[in-house]
Structure formats: structure tokens, C-alpha cells
Design a protein around this ligand. Structure first.
Ligand code: SME
Length: 157
């Protein structure tokens, strides 16, 4: 594993393309899920300067806050609640261009304007979600969905 992530590209797709092989080597020799979640958050925050990025982990009937980077956040989210609980319920990535227009959005930070939530799936079951917040409206799109889904598939359980 190298000591730092280095991405020089400027457009989003190229950034993900440059970052991905570094993530593969970052978590390649580590089997611990929490350690890998933590480093994925750090590497993605470093690269994209997201407002907040973190994992919520399924524990019985709730999502519980896991490794993250950014300001403190809500610790528990119910099944079907907020953007995270909805992505969990539907087992599907959710891109929210305007969080204020999403019914039931849970505001951990008033600075958050848009959000993407990507389910982490093991054996056809959602075992966690990756939640990313931006302070800009409509920041996330299909490119983020495509690459973040690919990135969470690197995790081992
Ligand atoms: N906004 C999320 C809650 C988590 S925070 O954004 C970190 C939601 O509606 O589920």
C-alpha cells in the first residue's frame, strides 16, 4: 500500500479512473471490512473534497453510523427512513439532486445540498450503505453512481 492517494485529473470520470487502481491496491491486502471502509472514505474525501462521506452499517433493523470523514452525523437511521433508509429498502443507488425536495430527508448538516447513497451488497443482502453529501446542488450523477458502486464492490466481508 502506498502512503498517499494521488489524482491529477480534473474531470470527474478521469478522477475516478485514476483513483480506482489506487483503491484496489489500498485495500487489496487488507481483509478487515471496517478498516477498508475507513480508508475508502479518506481516499474519496481527499480526491473529491466531499462535504461528508461515510458508511452506515445494517444492524438488525437500523443503519448505524460506521467509518466516515466530515462533520459529526446522525448515528441511527430506520429502515425506509431518509435517503439512506430508502436506498437500503429499495436495494438501489439513490441520487438526490436537491435534498430539500426529498420527502423525509434527514438533515445531519444544513450545508448539505445534494446526496448519493449506494447500497453495499453481500450475498444479495444490503449490509451497509455508502452515503456522500455535497454542499452543491445536483453535484452527483450517473458517473458517481457507476464508480461508487464499483468501489464498494471492492469491500470484502
Ligand atoms: N441525509 C441522510 C442522513 C445521513 S447524513 O446525510 C450524513 C438521509 O437522509 O438518510
Amino acid at each position: 500500500m502506498s502512503e498517499a492517494i494521488s489524482v491529477s485529473a480534473t474531470d470527474k470520470r478521469s478522477k475516478y479512473e485514476e483513483l480506482f487502481p489506487q483503491l484496489v491496491s489500498l485495500i487489496g491486502s487488507e481483509s478487515d471490512t471496517i478498516a477498508n471502509m475507513a480508508n475508502l472514505c479518506a481516499a474519496l474525501k481527499d480526491t473529491f473534497n466531499f462535504l461528508w462521506i461515510g458508511f452506515y452499517i445494517v444492524k438488525v433493523d437500523q443503519l448505524v453510523l460506521g467509518p466516515f470523514q466530515g462533520p459529526i452525523a446522525c448515528t441511527r437511521i430506520g429502515f425506509g427512513k431518509g435517503v439512506c433508509g430508502t436506498a437500503w429498502k429499495n436495494s438501489k443507488t439513490l441520487v438526490v439532486p436537491d435534498v430539500n425536495a426529498f420527502p423525509g430527508h434527514i438533515a445531519c448538516s444544513s450545508l448539505s445540498k445534494s446526496e448519493i447513497v449506494v447500497p453495499v451488497i453481500d450475498n444479495e443482502k444490503v449490509i451497509a450503505v455508502l452515503d456522500v453529501d455535497s454542499d452543491q446542488e445536483a453535484f452527483f450523477d450517473e458517473i458517481d453512481a457507476q464508480y461508487l458502486e464499483k468501489i464498494v464492490r471492492l469491500l470484502k466481508f
